[in-house]
Ligand binder design. Structure first.
Ligand code: ADQ
Length: 459
């Protein structure tokens, strides 16, 4: 059997077994695929070091080998903070206003992709299947091909693919997309992102695109482009619900919100998640329904991310101001309408918080999929489920059509949705939950991994 080589910006070391320690989500699924196939997970160590020793740190945990390299500070500035997170991330999330186009960071991105290729190549054997992940490493497949690799190589993009008219604002856009056509399989989260990619290939590159099969032929090569919607690790997440940590978290939240309905948001602190817009919507709800400040408490859990990038520092300040304004205007001695928590929690604790919250508010301005929406549903009590309010611009909205779908840019839309969720009768909550829970359960991260690998094998 072929081995599997997973390549991503960072690797996630498998954790010890046991309910509390076992790993869920994407890292867990990739680790189990790696265990099954044998193989290696390659990526950046997260460390900076100036001397290019070419050392690869190989470690074996729980049957999975990880191989990591350090990057120099300049690499991290140009490749990670620069091109990946200040150019591609905002552009792919339709935020052309935040997108920076710097020739130097573009060169750094190419240099680090070349470095990845150079370091991983000696670890690859002839029959290995290679699976490259995400926007940090788009050109990697082509770099490996230019070193003579004939293996099957696949790529999965975890974030949206922007419409052609936005994408062409990227200098050297053709060059970037041409590199993608050196893969054998290119995967997207949803049909919408796939369509945008196919449109680009046909209109801008003049590639031959077969819309029904997703095959793109260009320059003598044929690539399969397809949507593979990612899901959660259902069994692992359910097991979290049976832990003491989860029960305790639910108790804490219920006890502290007393007679009010808890509404929850859990997001990385990222401008794509629509947090200030969400707080505006909550503010509008309290403006339109001032008496309901006694009925509702909003809990926002948002740990900081990518703090070295300026736009991320800005979003934190804006969110603190907006939350402060609403709390200043609406608080009473025993009531604070918004609790903003700037840290992360374990999946067990999140399960408990989700279970204790009768409304889940997931309103990104744009999101590849959004797993929090699926986790919120998975944590609900089937006999008394909460209501999911979901942005129509999250990839997840294409599957979770019975959520209350909202336009996250519209405070009125958010306000109406919150009111509808607060007042929704049990029967309707159950109907909506039952209509969605099947796909959350069956379209799991394990199925996602399997379907991608089946196509990658190509047999
Ligand atoms: P993210 O942008 O990180 O992922 P998301 O899909 O919501 O977004 O996944 C976040 C994960 O981190 C979830 O499992 C969530 O529980 C966890 N998380 C978030 N906030 C947390 C907190 N405060 N404490 C602890 N855990 C927290 C990218 C893309 C998404 C795509 C995923 C997977 O942007 O669109 O769904 O990859 O492909």
């Amino acid at each position: 059997m072929s081995r599997l080589i997973v390549i991503s910006n960072r690797v996630a070391v498998p954790k010890a077994r046991g309910a509390a320690g076992a790993q869920g989500g994407l890292a867990g699924a990739l680790n189990s695929a790696l265990k099954k196939f044998g193989g290696i997970w390659f990526g950046w160590s997260g460390q900076e070091s100036e001397d290019r020793t070419g050392n690869i740190n190989l470690q074996r945990h729980e049957g999975v080998t990880t191989a990591t390299i350090d990057l120099s500070q300049r690499d991290v500035d140009e490749y990670y903070n620069g091109y990946a997170n200040s150019t591609l991330w905002p552009l792919f999330h339709y935020r052309i206003d935040l997108t920076e186009y710097e020739r130097e960071t573009g060169k750094g991105y190419e240099r680090v992709n070349e470095r990845f290729a150079e370091c991983v190549q000696p670890l690859i054997e002839e029959d290995d299947l290679i699976w490259v992940h995400d926007y940090h490493l788009i050109p990697l497949g082509q770099r490996l091909r230019s070193r003579g690799l004939k293996n099957r190589i696949g790529f999965f993009l975890h974030i949206p693919w922007p419409p052609t008219r936005l994408f062409v604002s990227l200098p050297f856009h053709e060059r970037l997309v041409r590199t993608m056509l050196y893969y054998d399989v290119v995967g997207f989260q949803t049909e919408e992102w796939l369509e945008s990619f196919l449109h680009y290939c046909s209109k801008e590159l003049g590639a031959e695109v077969d819309e029904t099969t997703g095959k793109v032929t260009y320059d003598g090569r044929t690539v399969l482009a397809k949507a593979y919607p990612i899901g959660i690790d259902w069994d692992h997440f359910q097991a979290q619900g049976d832990t003491g940590d989860s029960r305790q978290a639910a108790q804490r939240l219920l006890a502290s919100s007393r007679y009010r309905t808890a509404m929850i948001g859990v997001d990385r602190l990222d401008y794509s998640k629509g947090l200030p817009e969400r707080v505006d919507g909550i503010g509008r709800f309290f403006d339109q329904n001032p008496e309901r400040v006694r009925d509702l408490v909003y809990i926002q859990i948002a740990p900081p991310s990518r703090e070295d990038v300026e736009s991320y520092q800005h979003i934190r300040t804006v969110l603190e101001q907006k939350t402060g304004q609403i709390n200043g205007a609406r608080s009473e001695v025993d009531i604070v309408p918004i609790r903003y928590v700037n840290r992360g929690y374990s999946h067990a604790e999140l399960f408990g918080f989700f279970r204790a919250s009768k409304i889940g508010l997931v309103t990104p301005l744009r999101d590849g999929m959004n797993l929090v929406a699926k986790e919120y549903l998975a944590a609900q009590d089937p006999d008394d489920p909460g209501v999911l309010i979901l942005s129509q611009f999250a990839g997840a909205a294409q599957q979770l059509t019975e959520a209350i779908l909202v336009n996250p840019h519209s405070p009125d839309d958010l306000s109406f949705a919150i009111k509808a969720a607060l007042d929704m009768p049990l029967e309707e909550r159950k109907r909506r939950y039952n209509a969605m829970i099947g796909t959350v359960r069956s379209d799991s991260v394990q199925n996602w991994t399997e379907s991608f690998i089946v196509d990658l094998k190509g047999s």
